[in-house]
Design a protein around this ligand. Structure first.
Ligand code: PHB
Length: 393
């Protein structure tokens, strides 16, 4: 080879190498975000998406030198769709991470795929205890249903509520919550005199509320998924139950910040326990709520948005630890045990269960600055999933 030829070959080789390493550095990490963005649970999907996007807006779209690309898909709250979309995202788009999952059936539909393909599945909404056990690549940043009841179950008997009718949505998280509440409330000296379960789809609460009223309890304990609380409270007041002396208590899913303001005075005084309130009194939360409202005019962040926001934090921090590597085993290992300060308070990912550990607050609906809020007045610190904790014993 003459000198010029050799030089030319070297230049070509060097260019190829550079292009290649450049491509590696710039190779995007794709995150598939699957949410109900049509159908009855659209508000849940919109909240989670808004939380995810706010996190990216505040922290940039590059982590550990690699660009993050969100691929947002609507499953319409149909589990078969969630599964099909997840399959396509894994096989065609080659996503590194799946995230979203507003309801339990949607998260469960994807768990076998996550396990098989070794793709981390970040569950931001679905709350049934078993969800995290269905794939070793699942981590949860929203909430665990049976952990939500502990605050109100202990508060109620100390505050004149001894006899309760439970009314829960008839699917997995409702069953978890019913069981957890009955255990905790009974242990604290209360008595459950009737248990009612309402269909999840298009619920008409009126006949169930009538039965609850006939049982003459001190309170009705309610779990309905995000978004359904307004119909329930409307029907509660239409029957005059708020004036009959029967109190409403429940998990904070009922007094969801997204809809609370539209419910009106019937919501005043309702006591619930939950992990997030838009009125959580920390500077970090005040800034978060202000930034969320600025980015999403007309919306107030609820607990679903919080699961989305912290889900992105979990992904970003794990990617920093793996230095941008997206191997499923490395990522899930990096997620275990991560702890941080969230707008909701201190949270961590249990290294054994990959579930969220967080404070549960007892709150009362009050009017503040002309708006209805869940005002926190007591805290149960660092609550773990009680179902998994009991199974370990
Ligand atoms: C669930 O399907 O796991 C779920 C959805 C919404 C909630 C709570 C639980 O508010």
């Amino acid at each position: 080879m003459v000198d010029t030829e050799r030089r030319a070959t070297l230049i070509v080789l060097a260019c190829a190498l550079l292009a290649c390493s450049g491509a590696f550095a710039q190779e995007t990490i794709k995150i598939g975000l699957i949410l109900p963005l049509t159908g009855p649970f659209t508000p849940t999907g919109r909240q989670i998406e808004a939380g995810v996007r706010l996190y990216v807006q505040q922290h940039g779209d590059t982590v550990a030198g690699r660009k993050i690309q969100l691929i947002v898909k609507d499953d319409g709250n149909v589990a078969d769709m969630t599964k099909r979309i997840a399959q396509e995202l894994i096989a065609n788009d080659k996503v590194a991470i799946l995230a979203g999952f507003g309801l339990t059936p949607l998260a469960l539909a994807v768990a076998p795929l996550s396990a098989q393909a070794k793709v981390p599945q970040i569950v931001m909404g679905a709350a049934t205890s078993i969800v995290t056990e269905r794939s070793p690549y699942i981590a949860r940043t929203g909430m665990v249903a049976p952990a939500l009841t502990v605050g109100v179950a202990e508060w109620a008997p100390r505050n004149g509520i001894k006899k309760v009718v439970t009314l829960v949505s008839d699917y997995a998280p409702g069953v978890d919550i019913e069981k957890a509440f009955i255990e905790q409330f009974t242990r604290a000296g209360g008595e459950v005199i009737a248990q009612l379960r309402v269909p999840l789809a298009n619920p008409d609460f009126a006949p169930f509320l009538q039965r609850a009223r006939d049982a003459a309890p001190d309170a009705v304990f309610v779990f309905v998924p995000a978004g359904q609380g307004s119909i329930l409270m409307k029907q509660f007041s239409e029957r005059g139950m708020d004036k009959s002396g029967i109190k409403l208590i429940g998990t904070g899913d009922m007094t969801d910040d997204d809809i609370l303001n539209g419910i009106g005075d019937v919501a005043l005084g309702i006591v619930t326990s939950h992990h997030y309130s838009a009125a959580h009194p920390s500077a970090m939360n005040k800034n978060y709520v202000a930034a969320f409202k600025k980015a999403n005019p007309g919306m107030r962040p609820n607990f679903m948005a919080m699961g989305g926001y912290d889900g992105m934090h979990l992904i970003y921090e794990a990617l920093k630890k793996t230095k941008g590597a997206t191997d499923g085993d490395a990522l899930i290992a990096a997620m275990k045990g991560l702890a941080w300060e969230s707008p909701r308070g201190p949270i961590s990912i249990d290294p054994e269960t990959r579930d969220i550990v967080q404070n549960i607050y007892v709150r009362r609906v009050e009017r503040m600055d002309g708006e209805l809020y869940n005002i926190e007045f007591a805290t149960v610190q660092a609550v773990k999933d009680p179902v998994k904790a009991a199974a370990k014993k």
